[in-house]
Write a protein that binds this ligand. Structure first.
Ligand code: ADP
Length: 294
């Protein structure tokens, strides 16, 4: 695992083995067999409730190393709720209660000794609507590294993150301009660059294209294919075509109404994306992807 230079010394580090020990980096990503990717994050019997009301339960799922995993399903089935568990964003939601296991390289991320800030650096997030800070393009990217204690030599970091987010050529002559001057699609790539700048391993994306036009969406989808050479990505999308286009594996969720009238989300099927879209095992998956329900 890479460490940021100038990292915080006053916080307990997540005990994650070195990349070289646990995660040999493939030279050519295409050599990876998606059915055999090693898990980065694993969920065991995950359940989440809000103010005592069960929202989703029984989620068992592995997120593969340098894969794109799509979470799909009808609105309200718990996709975003599950996504937020992967870097403990639900900690910030009043009344949210998480049970079961969420492990990152085998380590329980809900263990009391885990430094949540460090966890969120390693497992970054990009939201539905681009949310740049009211700062310059440069300062948006430099923000995370500065918080981590780096004060100097940020130019290279900024350029690298913007290049990886396929934005550098469009903004290199106006780095001091406000991020708000960028288009929506550029702002979303800026937010991806901001996430990348703190050297995460996993990037969570919650409907990252839902506010974008088709051209900006296509750019983000292309970018995701580049990013997965270096990062593991989990994307929530309501757009099935997008899941089919970009992801290696797909998890289909749905919600069922219990006898007591409560609507509870569950994971119906998880498989490689081609299998989910061409030969699903479950009739509920088939019904959803063929548009018969949902
Ligand atoms: P999806 O992402 O599939 O649309 P969500 O994870 O947003 O589903 O929601 C799953 C269920 O949890 C829904 O019933 C929703 O109303 C409920 N829920 C989500 N967020 C909150 C919250 N902050 N407070 C209370 N209930 C919530």
């Amino acid at each position: 695992m890479r460490k940021p230079s100038g990292g915080r010394s006053d916080v307990a580090e997540l005990q994650v083995p070195d990349d070289s020990e646990l995660m040999p980096r493939p030279q050519v990503r295409e050599d990876l067999d998606p059915s055999r990717a090693q898990p980065v994050i694993q969920l065991g019997d995950l359940a989440v409730s809000y103010s005592g009301k069960l929202a989703v339960e029984d989620v068992n799922l592995d997120f593969g190393y340098r894969e794109i995993t799509a979470l799909i399903g009808p609105s309200g089935c718990g996709k975003s709720t599950v996504l937020r568990c992967l870097n403990r964003m639900n900690d910030l939601v009043l009344g949210a209660e998480v049970s079961g296991r969420v492990t990152y390289h085998g380590q329980d991320i809900y263990a009391p000794e885990v430094d949540v800030i460090e966890l969120r650096r390693r497992v970054g997030m990009v939201f539905q609507k681009p949310n740049p800070f009211p700062k310059s393009i440069y300062d948006n990217i430099a923000f995370g590294p500065r918080v981590m204690g780096r004060k100097q030599d940020l130019d290279d970091t900024v350029e690298e993150a913007l290049t990886k987010a396929a934005l550098w050529d469009e903004v290199k002559s106006k780095l001091k301009q406000s991020a708000f001057a960028l288009s929506g699609g550029q702002q979303q790539r800026l937010c991806i660059a901001r996430a990348i700048a703190v050297q995460p391993e996993v990037i969570l994306m919650d409907e990252p294209c839902s506010s974008l036009d088709p051209i900006a969406t296509a750019k983000i989808e292309d970018l995701m294919q580049d990013l997965k050479r270096e990062f593991s990505i989990v994307i929530v999308t309501h757009n099935m075509q997008q899941a089919a286009r970009v992801s290696d594996r797909t998890a289909f969720f749905t919600a069922t109404v219990r006898d007591d009238g409560q609507r509870v989300g569950e994971l119906v099927e998880f498989d490689t994306t081609p299998r989910i879209f061409s030969n699903p095992k479950e009739s509920r998956t088939e019904g959803y992807i063929t548009g018969r329900f949902g």
